[in-house]
Ligand binder design. Structure first.
Ligand SMILES: CC(C)(COP(=O)(O)OP(=O)(O)OC[C@H]1O[C@@H](n2cnc3c(N)ncnc32)[C@H](O)[C@@H]1OP(=O)(O)O)[C@@H](O)C(=O)NCCC(=O)NCCS
Length: 290
């Protein structure tokens, strides 16, 4: 029984490709898995420079994996966690958490966040000392006409050549915990079904990036330069996008935002989006050097 685990038989090692098959099996079979990657496939991510990942071994057999992304401005997210079974969770998590924290501190991380997609995480994360910091909430807008209001901005399609500018706007607009890497931005643009930018004169001042799945659209990213916020740029981008999706007869458009992000919620509700109750708590903990 894992609950009688002898700690001497438990050790943590950095993840390497040797564990790939075991990891994939565990991700497939275990009920205790967490996966939070917005833009990359888990296998690609795990073998990329962005991944800081460890394996917990008990008598040399893998019983758990934990992976965080490289911190951006001190903030990092747990991207992958998986445990062999329920009894493996706490012993494995405690040792993995120690290892990952030490590495993250060396990388100047100040906070770790964990998006809670599943109820099984509440108890283990409380025991690690994490607590609620915010919530991701979802809005949807069912297909219905969107009135055209006049806007001083030109909306144009953004292509791969615009990625650097979009990345710069994104970096300025989002708080550190929501920043994405340049690689993610490139990937996001590549897989987006529609990505548009708003121009004020010649200057690109905001953009949106959306995906399409079967009969619905998802607004995945919306950002406006801080100096231009509150001047109708976001609303112009979203209403143009909704009209684009309406023309394609999509059933609905969804979007996620944070409970604390009242400005974006104002834009969505004003344009006919409603909350659908699909909420995901975000838990976190500051890192302290011990
Ligand atoms: C959210 C964001 C895209 C909105 O773009 P924007 O160009 O500022 O939006 P608009 O000017 O069209 O509309 C903003 C509306 O929110 C209102 N608003 C501004 N700050 C607000 C606040 N703190 N709380 C409530 N409403 C607020 C404005 O008055 C305006 O309403 P109005 O059109 O009725 O006057 C922009 O603020 C941004 O880039 N934020 C950082 C990134 C982000 O949060 N992206 C969305 C995450 S999903």
């Amino acid at each position: 029984m894992m609950s009688h685990m002898t700690t001497t038989a438990l050790r943590v090692v950095p993840y390497t490709r040797d564990y790939r098959a075991t990891f994939n099996d565990m991700m497939f079979f275990s009920s205790y898995m967490h996966l939070h990657l917005d833009w990359s496939h888990v296998d690609t991510w795990l073998h990329s420079d962005d991944a800081i990942a460890y394996v917990a071994l008990y008598h040399d057999r893998a019983i758990g994996f934990l992976g965080a992304s490289r911190p951006i401005m001190g903030k990092t997210w747990i991207r992958v966690a998986v445990f062999k079974d329920e009894t493996a969770i706490m012993p494995a998590l405690y040792s993995l958490w120690d290892a990952i924290q030490q590495t993250l501190i060396l990388l100047q991380a100040t906070d770790i966040y964990w998006m809670i997609f599943d109820d099984w995480l509440y108890n283990p994360l409380s025991r690690l000392g994490l607590s609620s910091v915010d919530e991701v909430i979802t809005f949807v807008r069912y297909n219905s006409p969107m009135l055209i209001s006049t806007t001083p901005y030109t909306i144009r399609s953004a292509n791969m050549n615009d990625v650097d500018v979009l990345f710069e706007i994104d970096k300025q607009a989002f708080a550190p915990m929501w920043q994405m890497t340049h690689d993610d931005m490139r990937y996001a643009r590549r897989v987006a079904s529609v990505c548009t930018m708003a121009l004020h004169g010649d200057e690109i001042v905001g953009f949106q990036l959306s995906t399409m799945h079967h009969h619905n659209g998802h607004l995945a990213r919306l950002a406006v330069l801080p100096k231009m916020q509150g001047k109708g740029v976001g609303s112009a981008l979203v209403s143009d996008l909704v009209r684009y999706f309406n023309r394609r007869h999509l059933d609905y458009v969804s979007v996620n935002t944070q409970l604390s992000n009242t400005a974006s919620q104002h834009v969505y509700t004003k344009l006919g989006f409603v909350r659908n109750g699909y909420d995901m708590p975000i838990w976190g903990i500051p890192l302290t050097k011990s």
